[in-house]
Ligand binder design. Structure first.
Ligand SMILES: Nc1nc2c(ncn2[C@@H]2O[C@H](COP(=O)(O)OP(=O)(O)O)[C@@H](O)[C@H]2O)c(=O)[nH]1
Ligand SMILES: [Mg+2]
Length: 272
């Protein structure tokens, strides 16, 4: 049984870098990771995909033959994948990996704001245990306004896809002190990253109202409360670039998929 991890988040947050880093971490821990490029427009990737949707759709064709701009062509080519989702799933299943890492397109609206994106993901992961890693740039999440908009993006994605979501705060290296280490990333970041602070139990949403983020201070406070309830889950700081925090991320993935701390997956592992 292959577990599916779909990797989503705003453009440039580090989805592809994380796909690469997590697959290497898994391989080092004797788990087979299948890397799936699910972005028809991806040109350079930090890894060699085992399965690549570019085999099924040609993004440039959509621009040239249909006269679409870059965004329109991406949306159209992802929608078009609905015709091939079975084949893609078969391709992944044939590789019999422990995990399939699905590196989703940078344009979040394809998944979060459209109909077909979530349908495709549902078809792709049908019957398999799956979770979504929602990758955010920790440095951007340090600023209250961006933290609110990230939280709302995560929420609108969560409402679209029916799978557990793990928020990954990437690029922790940019916030760690000079010479900082992977150890204790949480404590390094919890002061600096507003999104972590805001979702912590200690944070009183009345503080959000004093930041006057929205037109009405009460709206900021109520929204903060609602976000805490809806999104109040573990967030994992990592650096995909330096490989920090991946052990912790894997433990959270295990809890989301299996509900336990068991290190190994059920089948296919080269260890069992
Ligand atoms: N400093 C730092 N840069 C990162 C990290 N992860 C990704 N990046 C950089 O962020 C940029 C976007 O990364 P990419 O993986 O292509 O993002 P994607 O669009 O979400 O797939 C690249 O220049 C990466 O090298 C990280 O953990 N730390
Ligand atoms: Mg990418």
């Amino acid at each position: 049984m292959t577990y599916y991890l779909t990797i989503s988040g705003p453009a440039g947050s580090g989805k592809s870098t994380l796909t690469h880093a997590l697959s290497e971490w898994m391989e080092d821990n004797e788990l087979d990771a299948i890397k799936v490029n699910f972005d028809p427009a991806a040109e350079v990737m930090p890894y060699i995909p085992d399965v690549d949707v570019k085999r099924y759709v040609n993004y440039h064709d959509f621009m040239v033959k249909h006269g679409l701009g870059p965004n329109g062509a991406l949306t159209a080519s992802v929608d078009y994948l609905i015709n091939y989702v079975r084949e893609i799933r078969d391709e992944i299943d044939e590789l019999k990996g422990n995990y399939a890492l699905i590196d989703l397109p940078g344009q979040l609206e394809v998944i979060a704001f459209r109909q077909l994106g979530p349908t495709i993901l549902k078809e792709l992961t049908r019957g398999a245990r799956s979770a979504m890693l929602f990758v955010l740039d920790a440095r951007l999440a340090s600023e209250p306004k961006s933290a609110f908009s990230f939280a709302l993006l995560a929420l609108s994605t969560l409402y679209r896809v029916s799978m557990p979501m793990i928020i990954v705060l990437n690029k922790a290296d940019l916030l760690a002190e000079e010479g900082g280490q992977a150890r204790d990333l949480n404590s390094i970041l919890s002061d600096k990253v507003y999104l972590i602070r805001m979702l912590s139990d200690e944070y009183d949403c009345i503080d959000a109202s004093t930041l006057a983020l929205f037109v009405d201070a009460d709206v900021s406070e109520e929204l903060c409360k609602a976000i805490k309830v809806a999104l109040g889950r573990e967030m994992v700081p990592v650096s995909a670039k330096l490989g920090w925090g991946l052990d912790d991320l894997y433990a959270v993935i295990q809890r989301a998929l299996i509900g336990g701390d068991d290190f190994l997956t059920e089948e296919y592992s080269s260890r069992v």
